[in-house]
Design a binder for this molecule. Structure first.
Ligand code: PLP
Length: 428
């Protein structure tokens, strides 16, 4: 049997860092990543045959658990018709109709192949629609790896962003303004100064890439208000939150309607899919009707659409999201009480089917500065102990956890028992 450590060594020969997406490398966790062989329901099985209760769910899509028979069945049914035609197919319309019905703020939608493509295209569209170049994003929000969005707050505070990766031109970063999440005053000051130059605000309506940080009371409404006042486009990046915090996404959960929405993850049922959509007036600027160019060889791929349509149809069942949120409550309350009993400073935050665990003495975590002030070393020890006890959490202190409907009360109990051991190890 080849172990994960051996596979990782082999992978590093021809794959940079041995992985095709950085977070998979377990960097900073002082151990090689675990190579998985297969997955079923709430479980992952590694190449050495060990089973884990999984709270990553392929980073979000697997909301009904892995290898869902309805999703696999829908893909199987289409498989023999061919993989891709590069022509319109009827199932693309089925998908578009379904998305527009589930999220009423979306009047028209275009399918793409990833969340990154969705946000990149939505930004271009917002710029084309408004004729403005500047965009506003928030520190600690992640919107994929396109150039305009790989930017952090620069020294010029409100006016100059700095590339957060080599290879992003400083001249492009200059157009991206990065503000503090949940800080309404800062947003208002920024718009008072340069509002007429701002094409759009892009925001994770629940931040899931700096652990799990829900929006402060009134934050999303304030963004809506300021965009209306300055005729900027409000973009909700619901790649993670869409169909997860509620069927209608964070926009339904918090009752705030964006102009454009970006989707990914669940919308593809585990296949490489993204989408962006919104008000017809804006979407009609897209080619071939309008002048804003956007395209994709494999966009709307029939197998990917089949997987997504099957999953979305399944989770529309009444009560699905309430039950998911209840599981999250059981898990988070259980973790908090066990940490408390062990004398460990830890809190949880949640929204619908997503959650986060913070090692901090604070009562809540509301922005990037507070998230990065948490005890990363405590997280590392917790993560390693949980892995050892058969629970697979996101291998980073800055990622949200995802619940699925396949997690049974027994799985939650196994997780809480593992946490009890982990906390005991951490205090010994
Ligand atoms: N937007 C958000 C909120 C995300 O969480 C992610 C990925 O995790 C993306 C965009 C990028 O999506 P993808 O990895 O499919 O390119």
């Amino acid at each position: 049997m080849t172990t994960s450590a051996e596979l990782f060594e082999q992978a590093c020969r021809h794959i940079p860092g041995g992985v095709n997406s950085p977070v998979r490398a377990f960097k900073g966790l002082y151990r090689p990543p675990v190579f998985m062989e297969r997955a079923q329901g709430a479980y992952l099985f590694d190449v050495e045959g060990k089973r884990y209760v999984d709270y990553v769910g392929s980073w979000g899509p697997m909301i009904t658990g892995h290898a869902d028979p309805d999703v696999l069945g829908a893909v199987r049914e289409r498989l023999n018709n061919g993989l891709s035609f590069g022509t319109p197919t009827a199932i693309e319309t089925t998908m578009a109709d379904l998305i527009c019905e589930i999220m009423p703020s979306i009047e028209m939608v275009r399918m793409v192949n990833s969340g990154t493509e969705a946000t990149m295209s939505a930004i271009r569209l917002a710029r084309g629609f408004t004729g403005r170049d500047k965009i506003v994003k928030f520190e600690g929000n992640y919107h994929g790896h396109s150039d305009s969005l790989l930017v952090k707050a620069g020294s010029g505070a409100l006016t100059h962003g700095e590339p957060s990766s080599p290879g992003v031109p400083a001249s492009l970063a200059d157009h991206t303004i990065t503000l503090s999440y949940n800080d309404i005053d800062e947003v208002e000051r920024c718009f008072e100064e340069i509002g007429s130059q701002i094409a759009c605000i892009i925001v994770e309506p629940v931040a899931g890439n700096m652990n799990c940080i829900p929006p402060a009371e009134g934050f999303l409404k304030a963004l809506r208000h300021v965009c209306d006042r300055y005729q900027s486009v409000l973009i909700f990046d619901e790649v993670m939150t869409g169909f997860r915090v509620a069927m209608g996404g964070a926009q339904a959960y918090y009752g705030v309607s964006p102009d454009l929405t970006c989707l990914g993850k669940i919308v593809g049922g585990g296949m490489p899919v993204g989408a962006f959509g919104g008000r017809s007036e804006i979407m009609q600027e897209l080619s071939p009707i309008g002048p804003v160019y956007q395209a994709g060889t494999l966009s709307g791929n029939p197998l990917a659409m089949a997987a997504g349509v099957a999953l979305l149809s399944k989770i529309r069942e009444p009560g699905f999201h309430d039950a998911l949120a209840q599981r999250v409550d059981t898990l988070c309350n259980g973790l908090e009480s066990r940490a408390h009993e062990a004398g460990i400073d830890m809190i949880t935050q949640r929204a619908g089917g997503m959650f986060g665990v913070f090692f901090t003495g604070q009562r809540s975590v509301e922005n990037f500065a507070q998230a990065t002030a948490c005890d990363e070393n405590a997280f590392r020890r917790f993560f390693s102990a949980m892995l050892e006890h058969g629970v697979y959490l996101a291998p980073s202190a800055y990622e949200a956890g995802f619940m699925s409907s396949a997690h049974t009360p027994e799985d939650l109990q196994v997780t809480l028992d593992a946490a009890e051991h982990a906390f005991a190890q951490m205090t010994s």
